[in-house]
Design a protein around this ligand. Structure first.
Ligand SMILES: CC(C)(COP(=O)(O)OP(=O)(O)OC[C@H]1O[C@@H](n2cnc3c(N)ncnc32)[C@H](O)[C@@H]1OP(=O)(O)O)[C@@H](O)C(=O)NCCC(=O)NCCS
Length: 311
């Protein structure tokens, strides 16, 4: 097998060697990291292909960030069955590292889900290739509409007095401005949970909600449709002093009923480890009744200075 940096146009046989959401990056153009998703970074796709003669037999796909200082990401590694267990997977990883180093990036990361195909291979190869110990990144759950309707907390708590749950689409520009101003004055919303990013970029309108009080907007549940059947609960937040004793649960309860009405049959919720209360929420209120709860992990390698003729 020979490993080469791929140039566009790429042999279509490579398409089946990575995940559908990443296939567009094989065009080697600047594009959103995930196809069809809002709020994802724009990256440059780069690929190393393995050839047996003219035949494509292996692929490592990378995303190079456009923002300085960010890490490049190894998105997938694939070797056709006939060539497995001969060291080609490991060589692809080393070739990917060389490409990234040569392109001037100092870090390479990869994200993976525990128990997924290839995760035991990856843990072994990452250790052999000098990657840092993996770190937990998110707790991710998947549940069906039927499972959601059986969550024991569903509809149990009333909405806090003086508040109402309203569609996110009904949040007015003035309310949004007031939120932005209060955040600027004294930040109280985690940067990645501020709602305006989603209000500008789009969200699933039938199921996304806000909690309106006389003092303004106090919380939100913002969702995205990953497909006509699949809803992702992307961003949820409630002001700390209002969120005690499960007061975000009425928002989730309403959103779950709306999800079922809208015909979604599956849902996912991802809690990043940096939001400890969100992880707790998932562990206590979702995971015990969900179809699947899994940690995702991140591995990282700090790359040294580029050697003169790498890749
Ligand atoms: C995972 C995959 C890329 C491994 O490719 P490969 O060419 O067989 O890997 P290597 O030969 O370089 O394996 C390196 C080591 O890991 C071991 N290994 C290979 N597959 C393994 C597996 N599934 N589980 C545990 N160890 C594995 C090998 O035996 C080898 O160890 P050795 O040097 O002691 O023999 C290949 O099986 C594949 O394409 N799978 C489907 C896609 C996938 O899961 N990709 C990874 C996530 S994107």
């Amino acid at each position: 097998m020979e490993l080469r940096l791929l140039r566009s146009p790429v042999d279509p046989a490579f398409l089946a060697m990575t995940f559908p959401a990443y296939r567009h990056l094989l065009q080697q153009e600047v594009a959103p990291k995930l196809l069809g998703e809002s709020g994802v970074p724009t990256v440059q796709g780069v690929a190393v292909g393995g050839f047996a003669g003219p035949k494509p037999v292996a692929l490592a796909l990378l995303a190079l960030p456009l923002v300085q200082g960010e890490a490049a990401e190894l998105l997938s590694v694939y070797v056709v069955p006939e060539f497995r267990r001969q060291g080609w997977g490991r060589r692809l990883v080393l070739a990917a590292e060389a490409v990234v180093r040569h392109a001037g990036y100092s870090q390479l990361v990869t994200l993976w889900t525990e128990g997924s195909i290839g995760s035991s291979w990856w843990q072994r190869v990452a250790q052999e290739c000098g990657w840092e110990l993996p770190q937990r990144r998110t707790l991710s759950v998947r549940f069906t509409a039927e499972q959601a309707l059986r969550f024991p907390w569903l509809d149990r708590l009333p909405v806090r007095e003086g508040c109402e749950i309203v569609p996110l689409t009904s949040v007015t520009p003035e309310e949004l401005e007031a939120l932005k101003a209060s955040q600027q004055e004294k930040p109280w919303i985690a940067e990645d949970l501020v709602p305006w990013r989603y209000l500008e970029q789009g969200f699933e309108e039938r199921t996304s909600l806000a909690l309106r009080s006389t003092e303004g907007i106090m919380g939100w549940v913002i969702n995205h449709a990953l497909s006509p059947e699949w809803l992702r609960f992307t961003c949820s937040f409630i002001r700390k002093d209002w969120g005690r004793r499960g007061r975000i649960l009425p928002l989730f309860s309403r959103s779950i009923h709306l999800m079922v009405e809208a015909g979604f049959t599956q849902a996912s919720f991802v809690a990043p480890v940096r939001h400890a209360t969100m992880v707790q929420f998932v562990e206590r209120h979702l995971a015990p009744w969900a179809a699947q709860a899994r940690w995702t992990w991140a591995s990282r390698k700090v790359l040294c200075e580029a050697p003169p003729q790498a890749a």
